[in-house]
Ligand binder design. Structure first.
Ligand SMILES: Cc1cc2nc3c(=O)[nH]c(=O)nc-3n(C[C@H](O)[C@H](O)[C@H](O)COP(=O)(O)OP(=O)(O)OC[C@H]3O[C@@H](n4cnc5c(N)ncnc54)[C@H](O)[C@@H]3O)c2cc1C
Length: 511
């Protein structure tokens, strides 16, 4: 039985999951005047985009930097959406001073500036013999970005043919790995390692990552990366407030168990507690494998679609150590927000290590107080150590070994940070918490704790990735697993794309 006089006519659309994909979809629909019911299994919105409290520290759960916002003078793809939702009236955004700092085991220590031109100038300063190749790489990066702007402006309506005709670079790069692109520009191994320092943001090394994903992230972060004051939780909460103001309804502790189907079309959803909500369309922010294979009656899904959802590999998860320190960054001599630590120049080796539960060879140490000082109490410092970690490796750990393995891994990461960046880090720890891929699975239900959904590899460029269209009429997907891949801005945009697809089909009478 539907609750609180919610009737099919009043709320024809249900969004399952209030992660960024679900929030993007729900708000886009609400902005278009649609009545939407948003059902979230957790008691707070945001999915990964949240924070948590331990002792006197409120830790950012996920975000390092948010791309695609921009400014009034230089708006990027999320700017108008955030403006329509009143986000800028309630949240200040901080801009990091630099793109990042990278430290290698042999003492190479580089700070990459923000800004498109200055980044490439820095590469040329470090590797003057490869100036020509670096400029070629720059040209490719800029052209890919132009193509992406075209796709983003089309709000989900860009066709592969249109992209091919107007932005052939985008289509071409979508079929290459980052190593393929480097092969056309430069060979030097050190330069290749330095130029792909952000590979962790995609979860795959240059030999495997789809060049389009890497380039889009690089340019987005160079253009205008920001961090919301109040952390991700503030951002997710403000988006929900706006959604509710527009008449949307959100229900927490509402775990959707089944999508109901009548005559081959979506007819409603059922929660684990048996409550039913009739509707004519569902946008699912839950990964397509669970949506298709667990929530829908299996006989309603064609074999070809089942193959399609299982075909791509599942992408990386993380192992994260959240540390509350009883010293300020100044006390510790820390000056940068994001610092990549590398114990080898061989990025393939860095990646292969992330497939096993062992000391990482590539670690990101983030000092949030550099981003904004009062993110933790006076006299303290919030540091997060992040290592890529394949979710499958944790699925075979027996329960009785889990806590031991987790502590062991956290300790190895702290040791690596002490060796390359923070001497005596351990001495200053007041509060510590660690998250494994199983932790991320537990909270988000993203399979293997995957943070970007499917692997963003050569077989799965944004143009080849599963899109929002579900296997039966009235079902759509939103979030990291579909459309443009994982990340904050891409998940929000993915939700907006799902909403646009629904609106268009509904207008044509197809839903
Ligand atoms: C530690 C960490 C650091 C990261 N850093 C960055 C970064 O710096 N920049 C960046 O861009 N990206 C970053 N990411 C990735 C980014 O957070 C994700 O790609 C993005 O948030 C995914 O959003 P989503 O909406 O697809 O999924 P999710 O956030 O997983 O949301 C899914 C939602 O669905 C809900 N749900 C699941 N099943 C059900 C059900 N049956 N019924 C009802 N609700 C359900 C979940 O509770 C959740 O709220 C990071 C991720 C992590 C974990």
């Amino acid at each position: 039985m539907a609750k609180e006089n919610v009737t099919q006519n009043e709320l024809p659309i249900v969004v399952i999951g209030a992660g960024l994909g679900g929030l993007g979809a729900a708000c886009q629909l609400a902005l278009s005047g649609e009545k939407v019911l948003l059902l979230e299994k957790h008691n707070v919105p945001g999915g990964f985009a949240t924070s948590f409290v331990r002792g006197r520290f409120e830790f950012e759960g996920a975000l390092h930097v948010l791309a695609e916002v921009g400014t009034e003078e230089h708006p990027l793809s999320l700017y108008d959406f955030f403006k329509d939702l009143g986000v800028f009236n309630k949240i200040d955004f901080k801009k990091p001073m630099d793109l990042c700092r990278s430290i290698f085991y042999d003492g190479l220590d580089i700070t990459f500036p923000n800004g498109r031109e200055t980044y490439f100038e820095k590469l040329i300063e470090l590797f003057p013999n490869d100036k020509k190749g670096i400029n070629k790489f720059k040209e490719i990066v800029f052209k890919v970005r132009e193509g992406f702007n075209y796709v983003a402006a089309k709000e989900g309506k860009a066709t592969p043919l249109g992209i091919l005709l107007k932005h052939p670079y985008l289509a071409r790069v979508g079929g290459l790995t980052l190593s393929d692109v480097f092969d056309r520009c430069f060979k030097d191994q050190k330069l290749r390692a330095v130029a792909s320092q952000l590979w962790g943001y995609e979860g795959l090394p240059p030999s495997r990552v789809n060049a389009m994903y890497y380039i889009l992230v690089l340019i987005a972060l160079l253009d205008d990366a920001v961090f919301p004051v109040g952390r991700s939780h503030a951002l997710s909460s403000v988006i929900v407030e706006s959604f509710e103001k527009m008449g949307g309804i959100i229900k927490y502790n509402a775990l959707v168990n089944r999508i109901l189907v009548k005559e081959g079309k979506v007819s409603g959803v059922e929660l684990l507690n048996g409550e039913q909500y009739p509707c004519k369309a569902v946008i699912s922010n839950v990964n397509p494998i669970c949506t298709t294979m667990k929530m829908l009656p299996r006989e309603t899904v064609s074999d070809s679609y089942k193959k399609r959802v299982y075909a791509p590999d599942i992408g990386t998860s993380l192992f994260t150590v959240y540390l509350g320190l009883n010293k300020t960054p100044k006390d510790l001599g820390v000056t940068h927000f994001e610092v990549f630590l590398n114990s080898t120049y061989n990025l393939e080796e860095q990646y292969l290590t992330s497939l096993r539960i062992e000391r990482p060879k590539y670690l990101l140490a983030s000092c949030y107080n550099i981003m904004y000082e009062d993110i933790s109490p006076p006299g303290t410092n919030q540091v997060v150590l992040t290592a890529l970690q394949d979710g499958k490796s944790w699925s075979t750990v027996p329960p009785y070994q889990y806590h031991h393995k987790k502590d062991e891994m956290a300790n190895k990461m702290i040791s690596m940070a002490e060796e390359l960046l923070y001497p005596n880090l351990r001495k200053y720890i007041e509060t510590a918490e660690a998250a494994t891929p199983l932790t991320y699975y537990h909270y988000s239900k993203s399979l293997n704790g995957a943070i970007y959904g499917y692997k963003q590899d050569i077989l799965d460029s944004p143009m080849m990735r599963l899109n929002s269209k579900g296997p039966i009429p009235g079902l759509y997907f939103a979030g990291a697993w579909v459309n443009l891949g994982g990340g904050y801005s891409t998940s929000i945009t993915s939700g907006r794309m799902a909403a646009s697809m629904y609106l268009e089909e509904n207008e044509k009478g197809g839903v």
